[in-house]
Design a binder for this molecule. Structure first.
Ligand code: FES
Length: 570
């Protein structure tokens, strides 16, 4: 078989260092390449970059070195030459103040390294929550053919005969600990079991959501969204991904040809049908924005009304990612959701979603429900509007309590994440189970970085009295693994003067999920009066240098995907 050669303008002699003498640039590059032992034959092959996101600070990416080896094998089997290179890696628990603060930095790193280095196609290795959107945002802006592989979900553990996993159960156990139902001595054994293997959280958190949305977008080889991190099938998938990257080299199949407006809508449908993370909405908005595609919250809500939740996974349902994989993974979701999807959308293989679905095997399963017997008749997320959130707010309604879907209560206001931490467990806090907990100044600018602090804890004295859920409202985000009647992403955020900044303890708020509204019982005049007398001093000093300054000056609100304004394609 004839070996595929790099096109004249591609391969290692693309993107030459600017010495002012092209031939000298090529000659010098050859010297350094040969210093690594490459033959002239090797240097003529299509070059496949592999964005390596291994980091000792990222447990969800512990398997990346073995994935890189498998991808390289696939590249070489197809006659390409792999070049791995590092990009920033982000883990949820190892990113201060929050991984969201750094997502755009990772996307800039990815974009610029793809732009700067010679490669005919690139394999992106994502996994932990922010890594997948950051990589896709960067690759979309860079405009080089790209394919994504995820690390895959963890397997589950077992505690006292109960199946457990990260991180819905992490939150369940923590809630029980706060309520005094489990003791501190039990925590080491519990933490031994919650993350028993490498991989990403194995519930429908942000990582699983983004993996399935990526498959829906067509940017991953079929089946890759659900294969557990530690199964050999993951390595075979990675090898095939490397091989596919060689086929994509020089093909012109860049992400703008795959991530079309219709593909974005498919991904949003999938987000809704899987009961996916609210973060998925922010990320798809940012990814689409890199290609000039606008995601409207009103359209999302319209799709949510027509799209039932069909995947029975925690936190909305009962199962874990392993069972979804055993049930056929994304192909099963796509088969059932087919009437609501545009299956003619092209994928990284050049084939359509429909062509892939036609070759996927079908067998009996119970994890993905039929459309006429869904977990919830409407999509996992709802968009709320009202005088408290004129720019919109989001609730994961599939994880909210039935009794609180329509609720009026007295606001108990916390000024910030720090204020919440300081007062929530105060025995003297005047709060009861029908109150609505409100936290502000935790939005994109306020915190900064919009931390996943929207899962406000139930005040300890109420938790100990058996209260499991309350309405909670903030301009923060929430982990996809969390659950409860929690309103998030209130826009505009308090730090830029949104109505959330004007609420006082004792105000009456009404949440109406079926009516899609979020209102405070205050007239426009009262809100205006409060705005006039409000202390306009910013809560924190504006940063004067570095990334913090760039972030502060450029970050967009949640409804625009929290991208930097100068990165969005106009
Ligand atoms: Fe990485 Fe959950 S912390 S996927």
């Amino acid at each position: 078989m004839a070996q595929k050669k790099a096109s004249k303008n591609g391969g290692l002699y693309d993107k030459l260092t600017a010495y002012g003498d092209t031939e000298f640039s090529k000659y010098l590059r050859t010297v350094f390449l040969k210093s690594m032992g490459y033959t002239d034959d090797a240097l003529e092959r299509p070059i496949i970059g592999i964005a390596n996101t291994f980091s000792a600070y990222n447990s969800c990416h512990a398997t990346v070195p073995t994935l890189v080896e498998a991808i390289k094998r696939g590249v070489m089997l197809a006659g390409g030459l792999p070049f791995e290179f590092p990009v920033i890696s982000l883990h949820e628990s190892f990113s201060y103040p929050t991984s969201m603060y750094l997502r755009n930095l990772m996307s800039i790193d990815t974009e610029e390294m793809i732009r700067a280095q010679p490669m005919d196609a690139v394999v992106l290795i994502g996994g932990c929550d922010k890594t997948v959107p950051a990589l896709l945002m960067g690759a979309a802006s860079a405009g080089t053919p790209a394919i994504l592989e995820v690390t895959g979900p963890m397997l589950t553990g077992s505690y006292q005969g109960q199946r457990v996993g990260a991180c819905t159960d992490c939150r369940n156990f923590w809630g029980k600990f706060r309520a005094g139902e489990i003791q501190e001595e039990q925590l080491p054994e519990i933490t031994d079991q919650l993350g028993p293997t490498p991989g990403t959280c194995m519930v429908m958190g942000t990582a699983s959501t983004m993996a399935l949305m990526t498959e829906a977008l067509g940017v991953m080889l079929p089946g890759g969204g659900t294969i557990p991190a530690v199964q050999s099938q993951r390595l075979r998938h990675a090898e095939q991904t490397g091989t596919q990257a060689v086929a994509m080299a020089g093909s012109g199949l860049t992400l703008d040809k795959i991530i079309t407006p219709e593909a974005v809508e498919n991904a949003i449908r999938v987000l809704l049908a899987i009961g996916g993370s609210t973060n998925g909405l922010i990320h798809i908005t940012a990814m689409a924005g890199r290609l000039g595609i606008e995601v409207s919250l009103d359209r999302v809500d319209q799709l949510a009304r027509e799209t039932p939740v069909i995947v029975d996974l925690k936190p909305s349902g009962e199962h874990y990612m392993q069972e979804l994989h055993e049930a056929g993974g994304f192909a099963t979701i796509m088969r059932i959701l087919a009437p609501l999807l545009d299956l003619e959308q092209k994928t990284v293989t050049g084939k359509s979603l429909r062509q892939h679905l036609d070759t996927a095997t079908e067998w009996p399963q119970t994890v993905v429900r039929p459309l006429d017997n869904p977990l919830s008749p409407e999509g996992g997320l709802s968009v709320l509007r009202g005088n408290l959130a004129p720019g919109g707010a989001v609730i994961k309604q599939s994880a909210a309590s039935d009794a609180l879907r329509t609720h009026t209560g007295r606001a108990i206001v916390f000024e910030s994440v720090e204020d919440l931490a300081a007062r929530i467990d105060d025995p003297d806090l005047d709060v009861n189970k029908d109150d609505i907990l409100v936290m502000r100044n935790a939005g994109p600018i306020g915190a900064p970085g919009m931390p996943e602090a929207g899962y406000l804890p139930i005040p300890k004295k109420l938790a100990q009295a058996g209260v499991k859920d309350m309405v909670r409202i903030s301009d923060a985000r929430m982990s996809g693994t969390a659950f409860g009647s929690i309103v998030l992403h209130v826009t505009p955020e308090a730090a830029i003067g949104g109505p959330l900044s004007l609420i006082e303890t004792g105000d009456i708020i009404t949440l109406d999920i079926p009516g899609r509204s979020l209102n405070v019982e205050l007239s426009d005049e009262t809100l205006k009066e409060r705005a006039n007398i409000r202390d306009h001093k910013p809560r924190r000093t504006a940063p004067s240098r570095g990334y913090a300054k760039l972030f502060d000056e450029s970050i967009l609100q949640a409804d625009k995907g929290c991208d930097f304004d100068f990165l969005v394609k106009k």
